[in-house]
Ligand binder design. Structure first.
Ligand SMILES: CC(=O)SCCNC(=O)CCNC(=O)[C@H](O)C(C)(C)COP(=O)(O)OP(=O)(O)OC[C@H]1O[C@@H](n2cnc3c(N)ncnc32)[C@H](O)[C@@H]1OP(=O)(O)O
Ligand SMILES: O=C([O-])CC(=O)C(=O)O
Length: 372
């Protein structure tokens, strides 16, 4: 047996959802650059779930299905109120509440294609409201009901603050959702596929994926990037801060990637958005610091920024609390998880690799009374 640490380079499945070839990312054959410029998040959801772009009628139908499913059960809102609210990370609250959501879905264990599609819509539609409801309840505010006429991006920003977002904010947020929607066999997507390959239900698959996304080596990095920018504080402090971390062999959050070597094609879009938005909010220093960090880390370690690096200053500029950055990643990546879960169900085989044993040699059992 040969082992590949961290499964690096192992091709574990076939997939038609997205691909990363020569540092180019495509969703079902469409280049991410093209989609970011032109497609809405709902169009991308359709693309990931059907592998073709929707006609206007198909898009309208999906949007209606989603908006008909925006509401979340009152029991879940009540449940949020029972959490030790000041200690619970919103990502843990989201993970727990998606699991709970499954309890209120009568079709949770129904495995027909039709029932799985209905669950896909319900999960995708409800995750944004779970995030925003928790964000408000923990501050002692009432959750804001979604508006059926709004798309996911507009609704998210509206439900979070209660204010009508501007067109610039909606566009930026929608693009961020497009950029994060899928990424081949990343850790959380693989987790989802492993889970449902036992023929477990979709809520279990998405809950498992949320657990994997939460970690700082994966989706959790965007919050850590903002923590770093806050600690650095001003462009003057960038060099000493970053060099000390690199000298101590500490990781700089938002840099490096298992698959990309030359660079993450999504970072340039988020970099541009970060520049525009930080100028508009009067915090250009955040962008300037980020550029300086990029130059230093890329120059000294040849590690380019990943999707998490510039998304931090983008979300901050949209007025979003820093610990909601990873849940926002989940709002988007849920679309990819679901596409992969449906693909796994369609051609399922249990995922069960082997481990090379490195423990003690064969031992003889010693009764507890005779152990020294
Ligand atoms: C949405 C996403 O999930 S994108 C990734 C988000 N995660 C982060 O931004 C966290 C920071 N980055 C990292 O931890 C890594 O680059 C990962 C987890 C993304 C990829 O990890 P791997 O492919 O396993 O690379 P690994 O961690 O083995 O690093 C290889 C080498 O590069 C170094 N390295 C990798 N990333 C970084 C970093 N961000 N800062 C400093 N050094 C780094 C490692 O220390 C290691 O050096 P060594 O060979 O001298 O020991
Ligand atoms: O693909 C990965 O390893 C990490 C990931 O989810 C992404 O970059 O979007």
């Amino acid at each position: 047996m040969t082992t590949a640490r961290g499964l690096e380079g192992v091709v574990a499945t076939t997939s038609s959802v997205s691909s990363i070839i020569d540092d180019t990312l495509t969703y079902a054959g469409y280049n991410i650059d093209d989609l970011t410029e032109n497609a809405s998040f709902e169009e991308v959801i359709y693309l990931l779930w059907h592998r073709s772009l929707p006609t206007q009628a198909q898009l309208d139908e999906l949007k209606t299905q989603l908006s008909d499913s925006y509401d979340i059960p009152q029991e879940i809102l009540d449940h949020f109120k029972m959490y030790p609210i000041d200690k619970v990370h919103p990502m843990a609250a989201l993970r727990s509440s998606v699991s709970l959501l499954g309890l209120y879905d009568e079709e949770s264990d129904e495995m027909t294609d039709e029932a799985n599609y209905r669950k896909a819509v319900r999960i995708q539609a409800k995750i944004p409201a779970l995030v925003t409801a928790f964000a408000r309840i923990r501050k002692g505010q009432e959750p804001i009901a979604p508006k059926k006429e709004y798309g996911i991006a507009e609704n998210f920003l509206y439900m979070l603050s209660g204010n009508e977002p501007t067109a610039v904010e909606i566009e930026a947020f929608d693009k961020a959702l497009v950029l994060h929607a899928d990424h081949e066999l990343n850790a959380s997507t693989f987790t989802a596929r492993v889970c449902v390959a036992t023929l477990s239900d979709m809520y279990s698959g998405v809950t498992a994926a949320l657990g994997a996304l939460k970690g700082p080596l994966h989706g959790g990095a965007n919050e850590q990037v903002m923590k770093m920018l806050t600690e650095i504080g001003s462009a003057d402090n960038v060099e000493p801060y970053i060099l000390e971390k690199l000298n101590n062999k500490e990781k700089i959050m938002g840099f490096g990637h298992r698959v990309y070597r030359q660079g993450d094609p999504r970072a340039k879009h988020l970099r541009d958005m970060s520049k525009r938005l930080t100028e508009q909010t009067g915090e250009p220093e955040l962008y300037n610091m980020s550029i300086e960090i990029e130059e230093l880390v890329t120059g000294s370690k040849n590690l380019p920024p990943n999707v998490d690096f510039y998304s931090a200053s983008v979300y901050h500029s949209l007025g979003i609390e820093h610990d909601l950055f990873t849940p926002i990643f989940a709002v988007s990546r849920a679309s990819g998880w679901i596409a992969h879960i449906l693909e796994q169900y369609a051609n399922n085989r249990l995922i069960r690799p082997r481990a090379e044993y490195t423990g003690p040699d064969m031992q003889k059992y010693v009764p507890i009374s005779e152990r020294g």
